[in-house]
Design a protein around this ligand. Sequence first.
Ligand SMILES: [Zn+2]
Length: 343
Amino acid sequence: MVESLRLPNGGWNEERLQMFDSSTAANIHRIPITNWLLEDKLVWLLWNSGLHERLKFSMWKLANYGILTAHNLIARNIRVVEASCVHGCNCLKYANHLFFHCQVAKAIWFAMAWSIKWDAFTDFSLKEKLYLLGHPTRVFPVHSNDGAHFFLFGSIILHQLWQIRNSLRFENQHFSLENTMALLNFRVKEALTLFQRKTEIISTLRHGACMGSLKTPPQFIKINTDATIRNDNSLVGIVARSHEGEILKMWVVPFHSNIPDLAETFGILQGLVKAKQEGQTNIWCVSDTRRIILRLHNDDLQGTHWMAEGIIQDILIEKNTFQEVIFHWSPRESNIIADFVCN
Ligand SMILES: [Zn+2]
C-alpha cells in the first residue's frame, strides 16, 4: 500500500494521498522511510525489541500471514466452514481486520493509554502496520521516549487479540473490554519486569565475566577453549559442558599458525561454530587469555596481536547469531580440561 503511494522516483504520489484527510496525509508525509525494505526492517526491529521469544515469533508469523485466519486458509485452497469474523462482523477474517479494524480490536487499541485509531490506515498491509508499531512517533501521539514501551504494548495487544479470538471460537468465552485491559496491563508489567531483570543479570554477568569469578548460569552451556602451539602449527581444544559441569562434547581442531593470539581467537570462533552446530543458543564462552576476553568485551582495547583482529571481528559477528554469548576469562587451572584435550 505505501509502495502504491510512492512514485517510481521515491517521492509521494500527491494525487493518491488526497484520499486521506489532511492530518493523516501530513503524517504519511512525515513517515521517515526512503525505501520500504520492510522485510529487513521488521527482522531488525523484532531482533532488537527485547520482546520475549514467543512474542517475537508470533509477531513474525503475523507479519508473514502465518496465522490461520479464514482468509489465509481460503488463499491456500483449504475449505473453511465458517469464514466470517468470529466477533460477528460481516467480514472475512483477514488478519488485517481481526487485529486492527474489527470492532473488538478497535475498542482495545482505543482503550490503551495512547488511544490509537487505525481508521486512516485501512489500506496499509500488515507489515506496514507492524512497522508503524515500531516507529510510531510521527504517526501516533507517542512520545519518542515511549517508543519501546509502545511497541511492547502493541505486540502484546496483537497476541491477546489472537487469544480472544481462540477463546471465543473454541471455548465460547465472550470478550470483555474491562477484563482484557486489566490482563493487558498485567502482561505489559510482567514483560517489563522480566526484561529489566534479564538486562540486570546480563550486565552483572558481563561485568563479572572479566573478573573470572562467576559460575555458568542456568540455560547456558559452557564452552572452554584453549590452544597449544606445536612448532609451526597449533592445536585448538574445545570442550562443551552443561551449566552443571557435565561434559557434553569435545573437539580438537588443527590450526596453521603458531601465533598464540591467533590460535586462541580461532579456538573461540570454532567454539561458537560448534555450539551453533549443536543447536545451542546461550553460550558461556571461556578462555584463559585475558587480553582476548577484554578485547571481546570492549571495542576500544587494542592489547591483542594485530593479526587476530580479523578473527575477533568474525567472533563478534558470529556472536550476534546467538541469543546470548558471554565471554569469560578463567585462569589456566580451571580451563584445565580444554588444555588437556589439546595436549
Ligand atoms: Zn470483526
